[in-house]
Ligand binder design. Structure first.
Ligand SMILES: *[C@@H]1O[C@H](CO)[C@@H](O)[C@H](O)[C@H]1NC(C)=O
Ligand SMILES: *[C@@H]1O[C@H](CO)[C@@H](O)[C@H](O)[C@H]1NC(C)=O
Length: 472
């Protein structure tokens, strides 16, 4: 019996509905699938790092080349997502070559379970039947939640971490495994999703086969993590360029221990007499990695200079060990300032078009630390014009004018702002600007004229006869 007209129209309707849904919510390149995926989660620090190795394939019968591969995150992950980096891997074993790829957040709201998609742009489109291997690194901050939220001085810190046993992906995943590296042997509990295994400090979820797109299997881990939860709530970094040979850096920090809050009173006696068990979750120093050849390094807080800090330097780097006046326990704050000078010739260059540019490092020099709110102010020499920052990721920026001694018109200042900064953001950035060398003479000329005026007035004063007696 031939199908009736009614069923035909319904099926056509259904088909067109289906295609409408897929074109609005799913990626254009439907031919992509993940042949194998490996997810490695590193929980050994206070910052969570996740490495994905994805072997993706464009189906042999795909209608078109694929120019992008999508990576999915949950809305909670996006809230804590600090950076996503992707690379294409070519070659095998020791001859691997990595090509960085650009990553963009997509603005799609129609994905199942609210997943947010990021697009990895392939450097060469993937033809039907071709496969490629991608490595993706993403960093999550504030994602290990202390549980219990309050502990006393001698207790260890336990935290919760939530994730999915399988890779959240808009594609079919043929084969997948997840490894989770724990900070210590003490694991209170972890969700099992068979097969699940534990070997020392590593958990293994999988291998899982043939997952549907957007599969998400929640897992909850509860474990000990006494790594310093150092959080810089606010960092304002000022860079002052003087064409007379110096770059002066001043950094104001508002540091916090972001782990489980400290409960009860703090006993310094107990802290000092039993250092191995008392205050295991606290930290008393933090390391800053500064550029080589820095000079006049200082470290002070609101009371004054702190001389207990240690400075070590070699030809590649300088390390400053910052030791606040008291150890930091969960919820405790301290504010301090570090400052140093750097030789101008290491950082200031001239570009081909005759403009100058300063080449600095973004982010904070503190190791293993999250910066919630970063402001970098690059104060250009007086008389600089048309500044233009070049930063390899999105930042907010605006211009302002700052004044210092002997300034007449003020200094153009480029202000860069970004939230949720981690070590992966420590990459070079530049500020290009125009400068007329005649301005170099402004300050000395002002000084000379001031000194000259002073002498002239001295001479005038000495030669003036101010006595009343003679004039009579
Ligand atoms: C603090 O150290 C800086 C740099 O070493 C120095 O110039 C300043 O005089 C010191 N201040 C005090 C109060 O010791
Ligand atoms: C900036 O400095 C870094 C090293 O600190 C260097 O690798 C990079 O090439 C420099 N960039 C420019 C544009 O000069």
């Amino acid at each position: 019996m031939p199908p009736s007209l009614a069923t035909l129209t319904t099926s056509i309707l259904l088909l067109s509905l289906l295609s409408a849904v897929s074109s609005s919510s799913l990626p254009q390149e439907n031919g992509i699938r993940v042949v194998s995926a490996e997810k490695r989660v590193d929980l050994t620090g206070s910052i969570v790092k996740v490495f994905l190795t994805l072997k993706v394939e464009n189906a042999a019968d795909a209608a078109s080349d694929a120019s992008q591969v999508l990576v999915a995150f949950t809305p909670t992950e996006v809230e804590h997502l600090s950076i996503v980096k992707a690379m294409k891997v070519e070659g095998k074993r020791k001859k691997k070559a990595y090509t960085p790829l650009s990553v963009q957040a997509l603005d799609l709201t129609t994905t199942p379970n609210g997943a947010c998609l990021y697009s990895v742009q392939l450097s060469t489109p993937l033809k039907p039947g071709e496969a490629t291997t991608l490595e993706v690194l993403y960093v999550l901050t504030h994602s290990q939640e202390p549980f219990p939220a309050e502990i006393s001085q001698s207790e260890s810190q336990l935290v919760h971490y939530r994730d999915s046993a399988v890779l959240l992906s808009p594609y079919n995943v043929m084969e997948q495994v997840t490894y989770i590296k724990m900070p210590s042997n003490r694991i209170e509990s972890f969700t099992r999703v068979d097969p699940t295994g534990r070997a020392g400090t590593e958990l293994k979820y999988g291998t899982y086969k043939n997952q549907m797109p957007y599969t998400y299997i929640p897992i909850l881990l509860h474990y000990e993590n006494n790594h310093p939860f150092a959080i810089v709530e606010e960092l304002v970094c000022k860079v002052e360029i003087s064409h007379w040979g110096n770059v002066q850096i001043t950094e104001h920090y508002k540091l916090k221990h972001g782990g489980a809050r400290h409960k009860g009173v703090f006993s310094r006696l107990e802290y000092q007499s039993r250092p191995s068990i008392s205050g295991t979750s606290s930290f008393k120093k933090i390391l800053a990695r500064l550029p080589p050849r820095v000079h006049s390094v200082y470290y002070r807080d609101e009371i004054g200079n702190i001389s207990s800090s240690h400075l070590r330097s070699d030809s590649h780097k300088t390390e400053l060990e910052i030791e606040p006046r008291y150890p930091l326990f969960g919820g405790w704050h301290c504010t301090f300032t570090i400052g140093y000078g750097m030789p101008l010739q290491d950082f200031l260059f001239e570009s081909d078009d005759g403009r100058r540019y300063i080449n600095l490092t973004f982010g904070s020099p503190l190791l293993d630390t999250v910066v919630d709110d970063l402001t970098i102010k690059v104060v250009l020499p007086e008389g600089s014009k048309n500044p233009q920052p070049v930063v390899p990721f999105l930042v907010d920026h605006h211009l302002e004018t700052s004044y210092s001694y002997l300034d007449v018109v003020g200094r153009t200042t480029v202000v860069l702002k970004k939230k949720n900064i981690v070590g992966e953001h420590n990459v070079p950035f530049q500020v290009h600007y125009e400068f007329n060398p005649i301005f170099m003479l402004a300050e000395p000329l002002m000084l000379i004229s001031a000194v000259f005026l002073f002498f002239v007035s001295c001479i005038a004063y000495l030669h003036m006869d101010l006595s009343i007696a003679k004039s009579s």
